[in-house]
Design a protein around this ligand. Structure first.
Ligand code: CP
Length: 325
C-alpha cells in the first residue's frame, strides 16, 4: 500500500476514492497485488483515451518537475509526454550541470526549490537512496525514476503492465532475466513485483553479475521459485518472458572487467528458434548489442511496445498521486 501522505487537501471521502493522492512512489515494495491491478486498470484507461483523443485535460494547470541527474531518453521523455497528454506542463532539468546543482546546491535544497514551482517531482539520481532523501525533503509527491543501482519502480510497473497486456495472465509464468542482474535496477524492481504472483524466475548472467543474494533471499522467504544459470539454452524453451538487460559500462570501475562480460549474451533470431512461439522478449532499453536487430521484426519482440506502455503507466501514476485517478 502507499506510504507517506502529502497534500492531504482532499475531503476524507475523496481521499478514500484516491488512495495514492499525495503519495511518493519510491519502491515497488509499496505495491500490493491489488495496487497493481489498480495501476493496470488506470493505465489501460489511459491507453484507450490516448488512442481515442490523444490529449485531454485531466491534469490541466498541474506542473511536473522532471529532475534528471543521470542520462535518460525514455523515462524523462515519457514522463514529460504523460504530463502533456494529461493537459499539464513540465519543468525539465535534464542537464543538472546547467542548474544550481553545479554551484554545489544540495539535493534537499534543490527539491525544496522545485516544489515551490511544481505539483509533483520526478527524480533520477546516480546514488542509491537519493529518491528517498528527496521525498523526505519534499511536501509534494516525489516519484523515483531510478536511484543508482537501487530501484526503478516505474519501469517495473510498466514492465508488469506490458506482461499483463501482452500475455493477459500474470500468474504461472516463467520469467528468465538475462544479462547484468547485479547492477540492473530494473530487474531488482521487477523481480520484487513478480513475487506478488506465482512466477518462476530464472537468472542467467555472467558469474560477476549475478542477482544480489539479498534479493534472492527476500524472494525465497516469499516462496518464489528461483534458479541461477550461466547459459540460456537450458531455460529458454520453458520461458514465457525473456527479460534482457544491458551490461552497463557506467557501473564498472574497470574497463577491463566491463570488456570481459559485455558480450556474454546476445539474443538473435537463431537463438530464439529454441523458444516458444507464444512468449515475449522484453528489454528496458537502451540496448547496445545484447539483442540483435535481426530479431526486431519478430512478433515476440515486445521491447518497442513496452516503451509505449510506459507512457500509459506514467500517465496513470501522475494522475494517481495528484488525486485524479
Ligand atoms: N528504461 C530506461 O530507464 O530508459 P532511459 O534510461 O532512457 O530512461
Amino acid at each position: 500500500m502507499p506510504t507517506s501522505a502529502k497534500n492531504p487537501h482532499l475531503p476524507f471521502g475523496d481521499q478514500r476514492m484516491a488512495p495514492w493522492y499525495g503519495k511518493d512512489i519510491i519502491s515497488v515494495k509499496q505495491f500490493s497485488r491489488s495496487d497493481l491491478e489498480y495501476v493496470f486498470a488506470v493505465a489501460h484507461e489511459m491507453r484507450v483515451m490516448v488512442e481515442r483523443v490523444g490529449t485531454f485535460d485531466l491534469l490541466k494547470g498541474k506542473i511536473l518537475a522532471n529532475l534528471f541527474y543521470e542520462p535518460s531518453t525514455r523515462t524523462s521523455s515519457s514522463f514529460a509526454a504523460a504530463m502533456e497528454r494529461l493537459g499539464g506542463s513540465v519543468i525539465s532539468i535534464n542537464e543538472v550541470r546547467y542548474s544550481s546543482v553545479a554551484k554545489g546546491e544540495s539535493l534537499p535544497d534543490t527539491i525544496r526549490t522545485l516544489e515551490c514551482y511544481a505539483d509533483v517531482i520526478v527524480i533520477r539520481h546516480p546514488e542509491l537512496g537519493s529518491a528517498a532523501i528527496a521525498a523526505q525533503a519534499a511536501h509534494k509527491p516525489v516519484i523515483n525514476a531510478g536511484d543508482g543501482v537501487g530501484e526503478h519502480p516505474t519501469q517495473a510497473l510498466l514492465d508488469a503492465f506490458t506482461i499483463h497486456e501482452e500475455l493477459v495472465q500474470m500468474d504461472d509464468l516463467t520469467v528468465t532475466m538475462l544479462g547484468d542482474l547485479k547492477y540492473g535496477r530494473t530487474v531488482h524492481s521487477l523481480s520484487r513485483l513478480l513475487s506478488l504472483y506465482n512466477a518462476k524466475l530464472n537468472y542467467v548472467s555472467p558469474e560477476i553479475l549475478r542477482m544480489p543474494p539479498e534479493i534472492i533471499a527476500e524472494l525465497e522467504a516469499k516462496g518464489i521459485r528461483q534458479a541461477e544459470h550461466n547459459a540460456l539454452d537450458k531455460v529458454l524453451p520453458e520461458t514465457d518472458v525473456l527479460y534482457v538487460t544491458r551490461v552497463q559500462r557506467e557501473r564498472f570501475e574497470s574497463e577491463e572487467v566491463y570488456n570481459s562480460v559485455k558480450g556474454a549474451f546476445v539474443v538473435d533470431k537463431n537463438i530464439m528458434a529454441g523458444a516458444k512461439k507464444k512468449m515475449i522478449v522484453m528489454h528496458p532499453l537502451p540496448r547496445v548489442a545484447e539483442i540483435n536487430v535481426d530479431f526486431d521484426d519478430d512478433p515476440r519482440a515486445a521491447y518497442f511496445r513496452q516503451m509505449e506502455f510506459g507512457l500509459y503507466v506514467r500517465m496513470a501514476l501522475l494522475a494517481m498521486v495528484l488525486g485524479k485517478a
